[in-house]
Design a protein around this ligand. Structure first.
Ligand code: APR
Ligand code: ZN
Ligand code: ZN
Length: 362
């Protein structure tokens, strides 16, 4: 029997989001129903609401979440009811070419629940990133549930489900930051700060934070940046070179998603250094670079999808490091809010004083 719960719906392009009753079916084969305990508000939720992802309204928003498995469908063996899990939006298939080549973080065939959640009148909902976790309960593919230690508060654990994992992974997985490296991070929101945390964890010697907002630079320092550059008043490329003995950084992580900051990243790295693009550009953005510079400067230009993470490998590992006090995931939680406050949280994103607002369920 389908259950009735409350969830946050984006009804149409740019319309305010609202809390509605939704119907969550019992889990079918390979599926799980998860009682959500906390879910962070991410930019991608706002992009869904603005129609920037696709037009499959109404959306059930929320995708950065932790909760407890309530029920599983036929054939599910990896998780059982009562497990504390972080939801991931890349449940790898294990069968596609990428998976078979041993690179499952590039899986081309990630999956979601087959059944649809609906409104009371039967209208099918499109869950954000195949999750839809601004809801008391949600239906996902069982592979989207990654079991972790329940000792960590859900509002902290859930953040690994998206932005914080993207940033940490951009440093440790995609950028392969190593001991003694110099790293520059351009854009110090939640994702950039997580890249700073990841760089410190990996043993980077110098971590240069670049932003256009003093408050962000201050937070970046508390996250582990050793130097800060305000790119409104200083040329970031020159500043990064100066701070790296004239060479440029070994790894530059772009966490804004704009051509001009990508260009800064490209020129701020040392010869044969690595650029990691984790900021997400919008359609229509173009990049123009002298091809001779692309060739002549060598190195690697990489993009980082979801921090090139493998949830089953990375979530429990990072939870473990958090519990040992070697990273502080709690520093990313600016405020906890109720299910009815998501629209307000979207507004606060623009004010720039929030890393993460997290919806908690009482
Ligand atoms: N130079 C440097 N920093 C900039 C610039 C710029 N030209 N423009 C914006 N910024 C800074 C902002 O001041 C802010 O601190 O980039 C940061 C962006 O942070 P948030 O808006 O909080 O976004 P975040 O959640 O960190 O995501 C960053 O990664 O996953 C993607 O879609 C996401 O593209 C976005 C990016
Ligand atoms: Zn696959
Ligand atoms: Zn997200």
């Amino acid at each position: 029997m389908a259950q009735q719960v409350k969830g946050v719906i984006a009804p149409g392009k740019n319309e305010p989001v609202r809390v509605e009753t939704i119907l969550v079916p019992d889990p079918g084969p390979g599926e799980a129903v998860v009682a959500i305990q906390a879910c962070g508000v991410c930019h991608t939720d706002l992009h869904y609401k603005q129609g920037g992802i696709n037009d499959d309204f109404p959306f059930l928003l929320g995708h950065e979440a932790a909760g407890v498995v309530e029920a599983v469908g036929e054939g599910v063996t990896d998780v059982t009811p009562g497990d504390f899990v972080i939801l991931n939006w890349r449940a790898v298939c294990g069968k596609c070419r990428a998976c078979r080549r041993g690179r499952p973080w590039y899986c081309f065939d990630t999956h979601n629940a087959r059944q649809r959640m609906t409104l009371e009148d039967g209208t099918e909902l499109s869950p954000a990133l195949g999750i839809g976790a601004f809801a008391e309960k949600t239906l996902v593919a069982a592979g989207q549930c990654t079991k972790v230690d329940p000792a960590v508060a859900p509002e902290i654990a859930g953040l690994l489900g998206c932005g914080v994992m993207a940033g940490i992974g951009a440093a440790i997985n995609t950028g392969q930051v190593g001991r003694g490296d110099s790293v520059a991070v351009i854009g110090c929101g939640g994702v950039g700060d997580a890249a700073i945390v990841g760089s410190r964890l990996a043993g980077a010697a110098r971590i240069i934070a670049v932003d256009i907002d003093d408050r962000k630079l201050e937070t970046a320092r508390s996250m582990g940046a050793t130097h800060t550059v305000d790119s409104r008043t200083a040329d970031p490329v020159e500043a990064i070179r100066e701070l790296t003995d004239g060479f440029g950084a070994d790894v530059v992580i772009e966490a804004v998603g704009r051509p001009e900051t990508y260009q800064q990243a490209f020129y701020a790295r040392d010869l044969a250094g690595t650029v990691v693009l984790v900021g997400v550009p919008t359609p229509g953005m173009k990049l123009e670079l002298p091809l001779l510079d692309v060739f002549g400067r060598g190195g690697a230009l990489k993009s980082s999808w979801y921090g090139d993470c493998l949830p089953s490998r990375d979530f429990p590992m990072l939870i473990d490091l958090h519990q040992q006090g070697r990273i502080d995931l709690g520093a990313f939680v600016t405020e906890t809010i109720g299910l009815g406050d998501v629209e307000k949280a979207f507004a606060r994103m623009h004010e720039g004083d929030v890393l993460r607002s997290v919806v908690v369920f009482g």
